[in-house]
Design a protein around this ligand. Structure first.
Ligand SMILES: Cc1ncc(COP(=O)(O)O)c(C=O)c1O
Length: 452
């Protein structure tokens, strides 16, 4: 086969996104404004129903879906604000899987909390092979200081939330809610924690917009087994719209929440939660630029010395048109994935399984593990693939191996084993069928060469 150049994950931007960005630029409103609000409403409708075509201009849709999702400038900011709204701070512990990207853990550290890592299951989940937390270890790790568990739906595969919720329910006895009513933000966090009465489930869904799973337990606490989309499962969820993600706004992300009735019984309302995301993401200023632009409405107050991580309408313009195309993009990913699955199965290479009864992934990352090779051989495969024009990657080097987290993985042997023979194949919707064939053939040649 003739040599091709296959990049790892370029953004799939069509003329539709380009035209909408141009419209936004011409509209006279380029920072957070009507397009961001529309994207928030449409994303909420998508997370609730799985549909991307709900008309968010109708009074009914606005009532149901607006102020339920907050668009921000990254998933990292979204997770940090989720934890801040929840009242996580110094003295608290947040449990994070050892096998994830730094943002899952650093957001908790930004809030002043301590991160406790939990190893993954040996070789990941037995069915999907996703590097999912070892749930026995998770249960043991929960202590009196634990305020949240960050679950990571890695590659788009949805964790076993029924199991996670039953663990946090069993550990209710250890949980002491924050009791600080000295300022409005701490008061909100205290009421949310009192209403939860247990460790919160804070999902890192950076990869998993549109993924779904049949679950019984959800943040909402209804014991009803049904398919739910990421964003409607955990107590709090963050998403990433970074350039390499399935759904992009160049940089960007979003937060949402799905809380049990017992939280609302504490006097918490969705409008109050939404207002605090706005305040936290915009300097603590009680009027955004759009509200201030109304005649005579210049005056504002600063409620807290907070952060700056809002989404602009230029970013939202990209997102609106990406959302129109998103179900098609997911379907194309699933189609390409079948070809990769066939090749890996023929070569005896283990891969994550993105679709199983009751769980459909967002098909974000294609992780493979070549049996019997060590780190040097894995790196050699990566080099040889690159020489043949195929960019690959590694998701991830376990966090405890990183300097910032101590540089020692010895307490997380399953995470290390998973990492040492792992390669992420290029996987995106700009790949043609011929490109996919080329990746498969190159993989076969290189793996056979390194194995021989
Ligand atoms: C698992 C995971 N969480 C969080 C993030 C952070 O996303 P963002 O770059 O939007 O902050 C990433 C980014 O790649 C990620 O892979």
């Amino acid at each position: 086969m003739e040599k091709r150049t296959i990049s790892f994950s370029p953004p799939d931007i069509s003329e539709l996104e380009i035209a909408e960005v141009a419209e936004a630029l011409r509209s006279g409103w380029i920072t957070t404004g009507p397009r961001t609000k529309m994207l928030e409403c449409r994303l909420a409708a998508y997370m609730e129903t799985g549909k991307t075509d709900i008309d968010c201009t109708t009074a009914e849709a606005i009532k149901k879906y607006s102020q339920r999702v907050v668009c921000l400038n990254s998933a990292t900011a979204a997770e940090e604000l989720n934890l801040r709204i929840l009242g996580v701070g110094p003295g608290d512990e947040v449990i994070v899987p050892a096998y994830t990207y730094t943002a899952s853990a650093s957001a908790a550290i930004h809030c002043g909390a301590t991160v406790k890592f939990v190893d993954i299951q040996p070789n990941g989940d037995p069915i999907t092979h996703m590097p999912e937390m070892n749930y026995e270890a998770l249960e043991q790790a929960i202590g009196p200081k634990t305020k949240a568990i960050v679950t990571v739906d890695l590659g788009g595969i949805v964790c076993d939330y029924d199991r996670i919720y039953s663990i946090v329910e069993r550990k209710r006895g250890l949980f002491t809610p924050l009791n600080d009513h000295s300022n409005p933000l701490a008061d909100l966090g205290s009421r949310i924690q009192a209403g939860l009465g247990r460790v919160a489930v804070v999902a890192d869904c950076a990869h998993s917009l549109g993924a779904s799973r049949v679950v019984e337990h959800t943040g909402k606490g209804k014991m009803e087994k049904k398919r739910r989309y990421c964003g409607s499962i955990a107590d709090f969820t963050d998403f990433s719209f970074h350039a390499v993600k399935n759904f992009t706004t160049a940089e960007g992300g979003a937060s949402t929440w799905c809380l049990p009735e017992s939280v609302y019984e504490q006097g918490v309302t969705d409008a109050e939660i939404y207002k605090f995301y706005q305040l936290l993401s915009l300097h603590g200023q009680n009027k955004d630029a759009l509200a201030k632009s109304k005649v005579g409405a210049w005056e504002y107050d600063i409620i807290g010395p907070w952060y700056k991580c809002n989404m602009t309408d230029i970013m939202a313009a990209i997102g609106l048109r990406q959302l129109d195309r998103y179900l098609g993009l997911l379907a194309r990913r699933e189609q390409m994935m079948k070809r990769y699955d066939e090749t890996c199965d023929e070569l005896g290479i283990s891969h994550m399984i993105h679709h199983v009864p009751g769980m459909d992934s967002s098909n974000h990352l294609y992780l493979i593990r070549v049996p019997g090779i060590d780190v040097e051989e894995r790196n050699l495969i990566i080099e040889k693939m690159a020489e043949a024009g195929v960019s690959t990657n590694v998701h991830y080097k376990p966090l405890p191996m990183m300097t910032a987290y101590g540089g020692d993985c010895s307490e997380y042997p399953n995470a290390y084993d998973y990492y040492q023979n792992l390669i992420t194949l290029p996987f995106h919707t700009l790949l043609s069928d011929e490109d996919v064939e080329y990746v498969c053939e190159t993989l076969e040649d290189v793996v056979n060469e390194v194995r021989s």
